[in-house]
Design a protein around this ligand. Structure first.
Ligand code: LMR
Length: 330
């Protein structure tokens, strides 16, 4: 082997190294909702900030609307490393084996957003994210959506109105118990399938905050909507732990900063987007929007509050009590 040949080989290898060093780190961020929802917009904000703060060393590819994966598949894809980042709703962690997140689904557990933030931004929220580590997942932040409405093609004023209705739910045992407590028949279904199931009558009704209902056009196939605020929907932003731990320290720090800023942004738009979506549903004129009277609210509470006791064994009485103590001060 001549010296000249060896030098050429070394130069070639060096050029490969340079190219490799310059290739951006790609974060594939998959989610199931529309781009113009609170989560969709926050994902785009994170992309913008992450690319800016890392000066292009990181490229974030956002895939909205279940383009890549549906609910359950995306969690598997994250664990396998096929995607690096997700923001599933807190109702979807049970199948992963972290059922404590279903505490967020308990009816009326958060009397206000302030009460919710006391949990997500305090030690309870931190401990819950910590439970994901053993699943190969790192929890980065909580993202907000809002309080849920109920919809169907018949008016839903009192629990009796739910009798026999097939209601689409997320994959949460608490939500299953909630629908049963109302006399309905819960049906777990991926978010991407909900609209069609409502349209074709596979299910009769569903629940979600207005931003999700409006952007999926569910209001076009649901004649009645009740502003019940009976439960909450929010998210945890999560990453593949091995991927995250393997990032250069300065890159990880820049991404953490981008996540902090995107999270703060998300918090400012969630309520506004839901208010606007409800207004847009009203304007579309296809759905009757109903507000419960105080007497009706009492009936809903009487039917749904026993779900807390019922779910103690699954979620842990200590956790439910800790949330109650934390939120009582708000
Ligand atoms: C749902 O499945 O209803 C929601 O979790 C969708 C979402 O991510 O907001």
């Amino acid at each position: 082997m001549t010296i000249k040949f060896l030098a050429a080989v070394l130069a070639f290898v060096a050029s490969l190294n340079v190219a490799w060093a310059q290739a951006p780190i790609v974060i594939r961020f998959s989610h199931v909702v529309a781009p113009d929802t609170p989560k969709g917009q926050a994902a785009e904000r994170f992309k913008l900030l992450a690319e800016q703060f890392t000066r292009g060393r990181v490229k974030v590819e956002v895939y909205p609307n279940s383009q890549l994966y549906k609910d359950k598949e995306e969690l598997e894809a994250l664990q396998l490393g096929a995607v690096q980042m997700l923001a599933p709703s807190l109702a979807k962690f049970g199948p992963l084996g972290v059922k404590e997140f279903e505490a967020f689904d308990l009816p009326y557990i958060f009397p206000s957003k302030a009460a919710l933030y006391a949990v997500t931004e305090g030690p309870i929220g931190r401990d819950l994210l910590g439970k994901l580590q053993s699943k190969g997942i790192t929890g980065l932040a909580y993202w907000d959506n809002g309080f849920k409405l109920m919809s169907a093609n018949r008016p839903l004023h009192v629990p009796l109105d739910f009798r026999g209705l097939r209601m689409r739910i997320q994959s949460s045992t608490v939500l299953d118990a909630q629908m049963r407590a109302l006399g309905a028949r819960p049906q777990v279904m991926a978010f991407s399938e909900a609209y069609q199931a409502l349209e074709t009558g596979v299910v009769d009704g569903t629940e979600n905050p207005p931003s999700n209902m409006y952007t999926q056009r569910m209001h076009l196939v649901q004649k009645h909507l009740t502003v019940s605020n009976h439960g909450y929907l929010g998210y945890a932003v999560i990453v593949n732990r091995k991927f995250w731990d393997g990032l250069p320290t300065d890159v990880r720090a820049a991404l953490e900063r981008a996540m902090r800023d995107a999270t703060a942004f998300e918090k400012t738009i969630a309520q506004r987007d839901n208010d606007r979506a409800l207004e847009a549903i009203r304007k579309a004129g296809k759905t009757t929007i109903y507000y419960l009277t105080p007497q009706e609210q009492e009936k809903w509470r009487a039917a749904l509050l026993p779900v807390h006791r019922q779910m103690e064994r699954r979620i842990g009485k200590d956790l439910i009590d800790a949330i109650a103590r934390q939120t009582a001060e708000k």
